[in-house]
Design a protein around this ligand. Structure first.
Ligand code: URA
Length: 264
């Protein structure tokens, strides 16, 4: 519908924010953590608008073709002997373009020795700033879901299929997912949990190799082959979905009880 009056700048920005447009992208990535405004410290600025950093970052190398990146991700990930090496490998990996728009790598949180591992889709804005998965609103709900079955981040390990935030929280492309897949698979193998919990549709479909939707997959036990052994895997609703559709919390609670029973 066309508005019958011009929107104020504030209304327009609010509209963008609600639509998920919360950052402006340029050809070159901008480090917003270390980025300085041009006005010298202590001097008043005429405008709060940030200007281009005095020193532009070197132009990024063009990302390799997806099939090349997928192949190099596969070859690299399987050689990582530990989570620390895998993390360092991802820090250096340039095969996924999401790295250039994200602020930082979001590798994992929690206990690498835990018997249970939760895997979401990709970091959001707060996660991108803090470098930890599930720290925003959906992370707070995930904490409450874990607490309901006696878990917290000292007893669980948490990661995402994609370790870099897609700009504006857009859905990762199938190529981006395939490029990141060998790394999360190796991460699961190295953590070696007894129970894997996929949060939401994208994580479930990617890791459990199913095309069924979350309404069908949730609450069911799957076999997950880590590469060294078979473990139990369960899909449940993503906490962000539960925030939007709280009536599904009852079903999520059933899933959590089944998960708790499997851990007992
Ligand atoms: N949603 C996800 O899938 N992962 C996060 O880390 C945060 C929100």
């Amino acid at each position: 519908m066309t508005p019958d009056r011009a929107l104020t700048a504030h209304e327009l920005l609010t509209f963008y924010l609600e639509a998920g447009v919360d950052c402006a992208l340029m050809d070159e990535p901008v480090n917003r953590i270390s980025d300085e405004t041009t006005a010298p410290r202590g001097q008043p600025q005429s405008s709060p608008v940030r200007t281009t950093p005095a020193v532009l970052p070197a132009r990024a190398e063009a990302a390799p073709a997806p099939e090349v990146a997928i192949q190099s991700a596969r070859e690299a990930a399987r050689t990582a002997p530990s989570l620390e090496v895998l993390r360092a490998m991802l820090e250096r990996f340039d095969g996924c373009a999401l790295k250039s728009t994200a602020t930082r790598l979001v590798f994992a949180d929690g206990n690498p020795l835990a018997r249970i591992m939760f895997v979401g889709e990709a970091p959001g804005r707060e996660e991108d700033i803090e470098g930890l998965p599930f720290v925003g609103r959906s992370g707070q709900l995930l904490n409450r879901m874990m607490a309901a079955i006696g878990l917290d981040r000292t007893k669980a390990y948490i990661a995402n299929v994609i370790p870099w935030r897609p700009p504006g929280n857009r859905t990762p492309t199938p190529q981006e997912t395939q490029i990141c897949l060998p790394f999360i698979q190796r991460q699961i193998e190295l953590v070696n949990p007894d129970v894997l919990v996929t949060l939401g549709n994208p994580s479930t479909q990617t890791l459990l190799s199913t095309r069924e939707g979350i309404m069908k997959t949730r609450g069911r036990w799957f076999d997950y082959d880590t590469g060294t052994r078979r473990i139990k895997a369960m899909a449940t609703f993503h906490p962000a979905y539960l925030l939007r559709s709280p009536s599904y919390k009852r079903l999520a609670w059933e899933d959590l009880r089944a998960i708790s029973k499997a851990l007992a």
